[in-house]
Design a protein around this ligand. Sequence first.
Ligand SMILES: C[S@@+](CC[C@H](N)C(=O)[O-])C[C@H]1O[C@@H](n2cnc3c(N)ncnc32)[C@H](O)[C@@H]1O
Length: 337
Amino acid sequence: MGKQEVNKHTWKMALSEQKERKPEDILRDFRASFFSMNRLASFNWTFLDNELQSNKSSEFISELLKQTCLHPLCGKFPPSVRFRRIFLSELIKREAAGCDPLDELYDALAQVVGVEETPLCHKSYFLPSGDAVSLLENVAVISEGTTGLVTWEAALYLAEWALENPQVFTGRSVLELGSGVGLTGITVCRSCSPVRFVFSDCHATVLEKLRENVRLNGLGGGKSPSVTVDQLDWTTAPEEQIRRIRPDTVIAADVVYDPEVAGSLADLLLKILKCSAAAEILICSTIRNPETYGGFKLRLEAAGLGHQVLTGPVGAVFPYNRLAPVELIKVFRVQDA
Ligand SMILES: C[S@@+](CC[C@H](N)C(=O)[O-])C[C@H]1O[C@@H](n2cnc3c(N)ncnc32)[C@H](O)[C@@H]1O
């Protein structure tokens, strides 16, 4: 089975499993989707509708509220005001049609009605341990001229892959290129025991948010792993900077989207392999434009680099759109193959 088929297969399995899911699983799914601000259309409203139809009780909605708007995490790291308002409106619509009024639902709505919306929000992604990676992100997908202030599907895909392949990171020095707000790197630091992790990006606001998110998740400050957030531009990074980091593993998610910088990125990967011959390089991409992606692979080839497509994650940890085609490749020097 190819990479994309595996991802679609995982998703189909997840959908078929939905039918057999117990109420506590559904509550966990709602919690995960709510805190990561997943598309509301992807929530399992059918289960809720069936539940209300069969027992006419507001009990399940009350439990749902405890796992979402009334969860302690929502007090600390709340999803956007707008998202919470729309989510609660969906619940009220269903409650009004199917059971007795629930006071706490209207109290929760009162807290978000009339509240001014800000360009920032928190998103939280639950790890298999039950802990959450909480990030400060932008509400808009593109803002301040960068795509780096939100978490992209490829970052979640790569984080899931890392959770299933911790040996690629354990005891190693890891460099992440184009870290954005930090989901993949923070997941690796929290779950895969690297000795050192260097987050990097080129955009000033992205670096500022990244530093904040690293702090928010309890990383750095002399604890293990040793963590730094570096300014590293693929187009200008001096060899000396790479030599200083000397990574064992290099990761990057959703960095192949601009044909203009594809060549610089390929040259940088070659530079890394010249400094650290044994470095394992993993690039995870959402293929939005096959021409752009194919162009990057040609630039790799021109730089004397080969690639191998890796099998993606088998389990679904985070909620995200799994129909987007994502590919994970390992990059190596052809002469070393
Ligand atoms: C689509 S975002 C992906 C962010 C994150 N890896 C994710 O998948 O959620 C691309 C990231 O690459 C960074 N980037 C773009 N061009 C860059 C360059 N020349 N040097 C370093 N980082 C760059 C952007 O600032 C942004 O954070």
